[in-house]
Write a protein that binds this ligand. Structure first.
Ligand code: FEO
Length: 174
């Protein structure tokens, strides 16, 4: 596989792994602060990011490259409040989108149309994730300091997910 594309894919593997850790830290903080719906949402989001990472690992290996499993970075332990959590999540997703766009760019420069096609799944995924994070932040800003509103928000978030659970035909069979 093209070495520049391989390096960019390995860089993306690292980013997805660090996203998974970051959202796991948010899940744990939420659980410790009585926000069980938010915790459930974040645990599931953390799993999704791990799935994004695994999908890349398998793709790199199947195409004759070498996937590099990255070291885990320590995410924050404390967050100020829920607005802070979702602002950080949105900022993080924006940086992941930039990284995916960069990957698309490298695929085109190197004329690797197979990887370009594979990466399109991530392009759509980023669109959805950013939109959801913005919608959640808008809701939180509307609620402000209202405790009843916050209770309902947390309960509603329990039933929201970023996307359906990964299936066999989604490219990851683990
Ligand atoms: Fe896999 Fe949320 O980026």
């Amino acid at each position: 596989m093209n070495t520049r594309v391989e390096a960019a894919l390995n860089d993306q593997i690292q980013k997805e792994a660090s996203s998974s850790q970051f959202y796991l830290a948010m899940a744990s903080w939420s659980e410790n602060n009585g926000l069980n719906g938010t915790a459930k949402f974040m645990y599931s989001h953390s799993d999704e990011e791990r799935f994004h990472m695994l999908k890349l690992v398998k793709f790199v290996n199947e195409r004759g490259g070498k996937a590099i499993v990255p070291p885990v970075e320590k995410p924050p332990v404390e967050f100020n409040d829920l607005v802070n959590v979702f602002e950080l999540l949105l900022q993080h997703e924006i940086s992941v989108t930039e990284s995916i766009n960069n990957l698309v760019d490298i695929c085109l420069q190197e004329k690797d149309y197979t990887t370009h096609n594979f990466v399109q799944w991530y392009v759509s995924e980023q669109l959805e994730e950013e939109a959801l994070a913005r919608m959640v932040l808008d809701k939180l800003k509307l609620i402000g300091g209202d405790k009843g509103g916050m209770y309902m928000f947390d309960r509603d978030l329990e039933n929201a997910t970023m996307q359906p659970a990964p299936s066999k035909d989604s490219g990851y069979n683990g």
